[in-house]
Design a protein around this ligand. Structure first.
Ligand code: PMP
Length: 382
């Protein structure tokens, strides 16, 4: 049926401004492959642990399917309180400084945080390279994402952040372990950032979705351990293989959480109730065999590609951000186009960055697939 409505004219400027052409281009390229080695997806390749599945099923069978409190089901919140109490010494209760809320994914928490803090014209400092939605979240809030250039080692240090601060800066968004680089900041680095933000009266938001994906001897350091005014955002999706459940949480100063709760009450309302029950036992699960498996895959990436190109050795998450060697004289998109013609899918750096000199691979794939994909990439990078 033909429509007479000019929908293009009706779409908001904020929607028109969202840049998805790079992702669409990578996706369109992927369609040209019949049976590709897919190193493009940031999604775990393992199933949800049985105990979590069972708890979610039980909750459905017990009709725990209604709205929950806006902040989340108390049984799940208690596990978050306990965890953060142990890690940061934070206390949670009716008259404590800190509060926490369960969110619809990590992205849901990030969205609420940006909308609660940023007014039109404000600035938020984000790393470059960044997780794709960071600049979009600023745009949705009609604020500006100021990109903090972290090339070539991808460390978002206090020194680099300081150069981006203006009188419009409201917040800094940190991501360690990082997507797309796998870089993990040290305790000293995060402490310096926490101090910098405190000194400038800026909110530090820390996206710690990969907090469990850190490969020994590296350990995860959170700025919340040294600064009470940090907003911590974490997720369950990557850690427990349930990205589609859309579950995460945010914790920080209650006054800030209250602002986020107001927005949540009138938008997302609550995270899926049976799935909140499903994750109550999540922190009892021993993740060490899983982390070891991912560490081995990281080692495979390093062993196979270090000779042919440069990249920061990932110490966490499940990505590597790989430089297209200069002698190839190719951009990221040109390289991944070539890789696709050899049946390997990866994502060009420009999807995550102002530059297009790198590409991202995800090693959340079966070992044989990974080895096969890396063998092809190695030959193309030589
Ligand atoms: N932050 C980072 C750094 C991510 O990589 C992702 C997912 N790829 C998210 C947030 C969003 O996670 P979720 O699916 O829990 O919304």
């Amino acid at each position: 049926m033909a429509s007479s409505l000019d929908i293009g004219r009706l779409l908001s400027e904020r929607v028109k401004d969202i840049e998805t052409s790079g992702i669409r281009r990578a996706w369109a390229l992927a369609q040209t492959c019949e049976d590709p080695v897919d190193l493009s997806i940031g999604q775990p390749d393992f199933p949800v642990p049985d105990s979590i599945k069972k708890a979610a099923i039980d909750a459905i069978l017990q009709d725990k399917s209604g709205y929950t409190q806006t902040a989340g089901e108390d049984v799940l919140l208690q596990t978050v309180y306990k965890r953060l109490g142990g890690q940061f010494g934070w206390e949670f209760g009716s008259d404590t400084y800190h509060g926490a809320m369960i969110t619809s994914g990590t992205a849901g928490a990030l969205t609420l945080a940006c909308l609660a803090v940023l007014s039109p014209g404000d600035e938020i400092i984000v790393p470059d390279p960044y997780f794709v939605i960071y600049p979009t979240l600023a745009r949705i809030a009609e604020a500006k994402a100021v990109l903090c250039d972290t090339y070539p080692d991808f460390r978002m240090t206090a020194q680099r952040i300081e150069q981006c601060i203006t009188d419009k800066t409201k917040a800094v968004l940190l991501n360690s372990p990082a997507n797309p680089t796998g870089v993990v900041l040290t305790e000293k680095e995060v402490e310096e950032i926490a101090t910098l933000c405190r000194d400038h009266g800026i909110l530090l938001i820390t996206d710690e979705i990969y907090d469990e994906f850190v490969f020994p001897p590296t350990t995860h350091a959170s700025p919340a351990a040294t600064n009470d005014d940090v907003l911590v955002i974490r997720g369950y999706g990557k850690t427990y293989g349930c990205t589609g459940w859309r579950m995460g949480y945010a914790a920080g100063p209650k006054q800030l959480l209250d602002g986020m709760l107001k927005l949540k009450q009138q938008t997302f309302v609550c995270a899926p109730s049976p799935l909140q029950h499903g994750l109550v036992g999540a922190y009892d699960i021993d993740l060490s065999p899983l982390i070891q498996r991912f560490a081995n895959r990281r080692d495979m990436v390093v062993d196979m590609l270090s000779d042919v190109t440069e990249f920061a050795v990932p110490q966490g998450a499940f990505y590597a951000f790989i430089k297209v060697p200069e002698h190839l004289n190719m951009t990221g998109i040109e390289f991944i186009t070539k890789a696709v013609s050899h049946d390997v899918l990866a994502i060009q750096g420009s999807v995550f960055s102002e530059r297009d000199s790198h590409f991202r691979i995800s090693y959340a794939v079966a070992d044989e697939q990974l080895e096969h994909g890396l063998t092809i990439l190695k030959s193309l990078l030589q």
